[in-house]
Design a protein around this ligand. Structure first.
Ligand SMILES: *Cc1c(COP(=O)(O)O)cnc(C)c1O
Length: 390
């Protein structure tokens, strides 16, 4: 195929990244510390309007340190959404704690407050709740925060996909005791790889930086009273981040325009629904997704194959955690009950599985032209047209 590939969500870089990197080289700050690291933390904290930030090597590292700082250890229970990327949940297992997966609600596809309440009935003493703002859509934060406060359990916000999204005018990632962001290659802004841990509590980010730099005690000799990690962001990487941050708002507007374009392109098709955007929020529309109605007899695979033939990248919806072989044996709670209470062998209906089985993520690359968008929309539509013609 001669036509260029249309990507799902590839990095979009500008000129400022190079300037910050050049400055780092010119001043020999080629290390996991330096002015770009400090300034990136400051600038990101200012952007999302939070007190403190700690720049780390990955979003996953930030989630891991959030759990460490909240004292989560062996056997502790942590509530997490089932419909997410595995990086939300892997750190729970790093600490030998036990995830309990919570089903989604239909309005935002995020953690269902009703299912969360159900989980507290069965497990009254989890050590933390992790909420995710999937594909950039803010979760029902008022309801979730109220439940967490009632049970006095800290909330960790995995805002890896939702940097720039707001809920009732406040940035996602700033509602929980700890928030995390990711700058992986396909996220709304990227540092090629990296993450950030944020909090209103400066002691928390201080602790994160300490643990991320090998937990060295304040002594002249290399003394360690705790197990540390090498999780700090480098000064080069942070330079990319500073340049990208200048364009975050612009990236968000372009992502929103992509979601709108798909809405318009599929407006007359009953078989297709777009992923929901929380009306109480302003989503960054990181990835635009669709679900296909059950009675259309078209599968996400058929659409992905048709897109593939046109050299257009697409992706399945995240496979729910409760369906992952690696997390088999951990409990799963829906609005109607717990997996562990079902008779052996009985299958559990869930919204997360339904979204997974009927959905896919469409190309949401901000470099897509109108021509690209039209080709994607026409290709998706053609699958349904062919079916109707049969
Ligand atoms: C990308 C992502 C992460 C992990 O971030 P990394 O920077 O890749 O480690 C965590 N949670 C969610 C929901 C993500 O999409």
């Amino acid at each position: 195929m001669s036509r260029k590939k249309i990507y799902l969500s590839s990095p979009t870089t500008h000129s400022e990244e190079q300037e910050f990197i050049k400055e780092a080289f010119d001043t020999n700050w080629v290390a996991p510390l330096g002015p770009n690291v400090n300034n990136f933390e400051k600038e990101l904290a200012e952007y999302v309007q939070i007190g403190h930030a700690a720049a780390l090597s990955a979003g996953t590292a930030a989630i891991h340190l959030a759990l460490k700082i909240l004292g989560i250890g062996e056997g502790d229970i942590v509530f997490a959404p089932s419909l997410t990327f595995s990086a939300t949940c892997n750190p729970i297992l790093y600490e030998k704690a036990a995830p309990v997966f919570i089903d989604s609600e239909k309005d935002t596809w995020n953690m269902s407050p009703k299912a969360l309440e159900k989980a507290f009935e069965k497990y009254p003493n989890p050590k933390a709740v992790i909420v995710v703002h999937l594909y950039g859509t803010p979760a029902k934060l008022d309801e979730i925060l109220e439940i967490c406060q009632k049970h006095q359990v800290p909330l960790i916000e995995d805002a890896a996909e939702s940097l720039g999204s707001t809920y009732k005018g406040k940035h996602t990632g700033t509602f929980g005791k700890i928030g995390i962001y990711s700058f992986n290659g396909n996220k709304i802004i990227t540092t090629s790889g990296g993450g950030m841990l944020v909090s209103e509590d400066g002691e928390i980010t201080k602790k994160a930086t300490f643990l991320a730099t090998q937990a060295r005690d304040p002594a002249r000799y290399y003394q360690h009273s705790q197990i540390g990690y090498n999780y700090r962001m480098s000064n080069i990487t942070a330079g990319i981040g500073r340049g990208q941050l200048l364009h975050l708002e612009e990236h968000k507007q372009l992502k929103k325009a992509i979601h709108n374009r798909y809405m318009e392109g599929f407006a007359d098709m009953e078989e297709i629904s777009m992923n929901p955007l929380n009306p109480d929020g302003d989503a960054n529309c990181w990835l635009s997704c669709i679900t296909i109605s059950k009675d259309s007899n078209i599968t996400p695979d058929q659409i992905m194959d048709a897109l593939d033939e046109e050299n257009i990248e697409s992706r399945p919806i995240w496979k729910p955690m409760h369906l992952q072989p690696v997390f088999e044996g951990y409990d799963f709670v829906t609005e109607s009950g717990c997996k562990s209470d079902l008779p052996a062998g009985e299958r559990m209906e869930s919204l997360s599985e339904d979204i997974f089985s009927r959905g896919l993520c469409l190309s949401s690359d901000i470099k897509n032209t109108e021509e690209d968008m039209k080709l994607i929309i026409d290709t998706v539509r053609s699958v349904f047209d062919k079916k109707r013609a049969e």
